[in-house]
Design a protein around this ligand. Structure first.
Ligand SMILES: [Mg+2]
Length: 166
């Protein structure tokens, strides 16, 4: 699989992904990063909007699965609250957790996409694993390290045109 840091799809937020768009691309499983993709690092619970989006996806036959690098109990708690399965300590860009999520959900990699806010973990991991890579903007940049990392990612982000709503 390609060692590429370029995302295949770029949007602002997960909400910008619609079931119709995913269907048109043959995507039936969304693997989702947690921190700064679904919720800010400081956010403990899924927002009402995120619950509505989950319901819309499920109604359209798109399954959701959290693949998080967090080493804390945060993913377990969020997963329980949101009612979506998870793997934590995923070590993205390593591929094992992505493959394990595909195995648990019984989907081939061609039907999956990974959505995340970071190039060097989420996009690289998705591209290495052979699932579609979708980058979103980080929900909050309130730490100098996050800001510097984001600046380093800008060239790769700009390789893909940002879509308003898909
Ligand atoms: Mg993240």
């Amino acid at each position: 699989m390609p060692l590429s840091l370029v995302p295949q799809i770029r949007v602002n937020r997960v909400f910008d992904l619609s079931p119709d768009f995913l269907h048109s691309r043959g995507i039936t499983l969304l693997l989702l990063d947690l921190d700064n993709t679904l919720a800010p690092y400081s956010g403990k619970d899924p927002s009402p909007g995120l619950c509505r989006w989950r319901d819309d996806m499920r109604a359209a036959g798109v399954e959701l699965f959290i693949v998080s690098n967090t080493k804390t109990s945060r993913a377990a708690r969020f997963s329980k609250e949101w009612g979506v399965p998870y793997i934590d300590k995923a070590q993205k860009p390593h591929r094992w957790a992505i493959y394990e999520a595909l195995r648990q959900m019984g989907r081939p990699r061609g039907e999956a996409a990974l959505v995340g806010d970071q190039i060097f973990t989420d996009v690289l991991g998705a591209n290495l694993a052979g699932v579609r890579s979708i980058i979103v903007e980080p929900l909050e940049l309130n730490n100098i390290l996050y800001i510097l990392r984001y600046i380093a990612e800008i060239p790769m982000r700009l390789c893909t045109r940002k879509e308003k709503r898909l």
